[in-house]
Design a protein. Sequence first.
Length: 101
Amino acid sequence: MPKRNRKVTIKRIGVISLGKIFGFAYAVLGFIIGIFMSLFVGMFGSSIYPNAGIFSALFGVFAVVVFPIFYGILGFIFGSVFALIYNFIASKFGGLKIETG
């Protein structure tokens, strides 16, 4: 028996749920950016600042540890705000219609 496509309307998004998803996604992005920043400073830091040996190492650790935390917090906030805005708009104009297969 063939599957029928089903149309579903997303009327509300859980604020905390979307905040957690955005927070985790942004934290992963922050970790990736932190790795690239630490590599960049490690490779080019001494050419920009000749006496930047310990600074380069500390910045590398700082970037890999602090960037994911900072990005994760911002992602949680942005995701929660997005869910609130979506819920308000969806209550006025209807939700997002998707078709599942």
